[in-house]
Design a protein around this ligand. Structure first.
Ligand SMILES: [Zn+2]
Ligand SMILES: [Zn+2]
Length: 389
């Protein structure tokens, strides 16, 4: 049986922890209750516990022998600012906050691995269990790295796991190179001259200009970017106007850009500005672009991705591991840790999801049947990485 047998002894407790965290979700940098629970469990299992990195971050450490080799295993603890629509007993107790990205499961599985590794210590070296705050847009991973995560807790490599609905339970996936995208945001403000809706010829209409911009933006990925590269522009909102018979002065368009490579990112940023300003100028108005870069792309290091895939195959069986999975245009702040140290992110099958729903859906729930797979993966990863010579 590829699942580590000792892991199966504690599944009920792990599932209880997972549901308790799910019921008490906390937003980025406010994971106080979750951090308390993590710190208390780590201490109970026999780990050294460090708190306070990136405000609510927790790091647990265990060692054995004299080897200087060290591995970092990372989980994220925060929830999303959204209302849960599930009605099961462990639904969120906090209005407008929900674990819809499965970080409750990530935290639980890393605790499970800490428990097993602290009890068995079949390795030579150091394991750091990194529980980071604020993955969902807060950049908690970046803050931890900036506050000296890898100086205080030196790691030769760092690994993370994200649950993935749509991949069956007992399957895992990863790849070398780009796994998740850079996540940028932009605001376009069209400044025209509004007036009475019956006299458009006396001004300039920001809606007509905005309509041109919306369509022209989609020619950037299709006509400016090399078609073998990935680039995505999606709008999140268009705001303007307040009355049926008034042409407003302004229109505000906001959206996100996803890319894998810096050259493509630079090109898309430049072209959004040219398209917006050009379309506005064509109609005698002006437009401003504010472009903000978010998380960098998540780039797996080739050797560590291959190593993680090998361990996944040990747990799940070779046929259940996709070693060159198609990347996603989602984002992840584990990117910052991968910029600082070699490592890789892997996806853990979460099954079809409740009613087929995906991450960030108001009915999402982490699938507890994935817990033994994830715990065994994290645990074996540490044992294989720190194998006695
Ligand atoms: Zn998420
Ligand atoms: Zn997530």
């Amino acid at each position: 049986m590829p699942i580590i047998p000792e892991v199966l002894d504690h599944l009920d407790e792990l599932s209880e922890i997972r549901r308790d965290i799910h019921a008490h979700p906390e937003l980025g940098f406010t994971e106080v209750r979750t951090g308390d629970l993590v710190a208390q469990k780590l201490a109970e299992y026999g780990c050294e516990v460090h708190r306070g990195l990136a405000a609510t971050g927790v790091v647990g450490t265990i060692r054995r022998g004299n080897s200087l080799r060290a591995i970092g295993l990372r989980a994220d603890m925060d929830c999303l600012p959204m209302q849960e629509l599930n009605e099961f007993p462990h639904r969120s107790r906090h209005d407008g906050q929900m674990h819809a990205c499965g970080h409750d499961g990530h935290t639980t599985m890393l605790l499970g691995a800490a428990r097993y590794l602290a009890a068995t210590r079949n390795f030579e070296g150091t394991v750091h269990f990194i529980f980071q705050p604020g993955e969902e847009g807060y950049g908690g991973g970046r803050v931890m790295v900036e506050e000296g995560l890898f100086d205080k807790f030196p790691c030769d490599a760092v690994f993370a796991m994200h649950n993935k609905p749509g991949i069956p339970i007992g399957h895992m996936a990863t790849k070398a190179g780009p796994m998740l995208a850079a996540t940028d945001r932009f605001d376009i403000r069209v400044r025209a001259r509004g007036g009475h809706a019956a006299y458009p010829h006396l001004g300039t209409d920001p809606f007509v200009i905005g309509a041109h911009i919306v369509l022209a933006l989609q020619t950037i990925p299709s006509r400016n970017v090399d078609p073998v590269e990935a680039a995505l522009i999606s709008l999140g909102f268009i705001r303007g106007g307040s009355a049926y018979n008034v042409i407003p002065d302004e229109l505000h368009i906001g959206g996100t850009v996803r890319t894998f490579r810096a050259q493509v990112q630079d090109l898309v940023e430049r072209r959004i500005g040219e398209v917006a300003k050009g379309a506005a100028a064509l109609h005698g108005a002006t437009a401003d672009l504010e472009y903000r870069r978010g998380y960098p792309p998540t780039i797996n290091h080739a050797a560590e991705a291959a190593f993680a895939a090998g361990v996944a195959a040990e747990i799940c069986g070779e046929a259940q591991v996709e070693r060159n999975v198609a990347p996603s245009l989602g984002g992840e702040d584990f990117s910052y840790m991968l910029q600082a140290r070699p490592g890789a992110m892997v996806w853990l099958g979460n099954g079809p999801g409740e009613g087929g729903c995906h991450l960030h859906n108001s009915r999402y729930d982490f699938n507890d049947s994935a817990i033994p797979v994830g715990v065994s993966f994290f645990a074996r990863l540490a044992e294989r990485f720190l194998a006695a010579e």
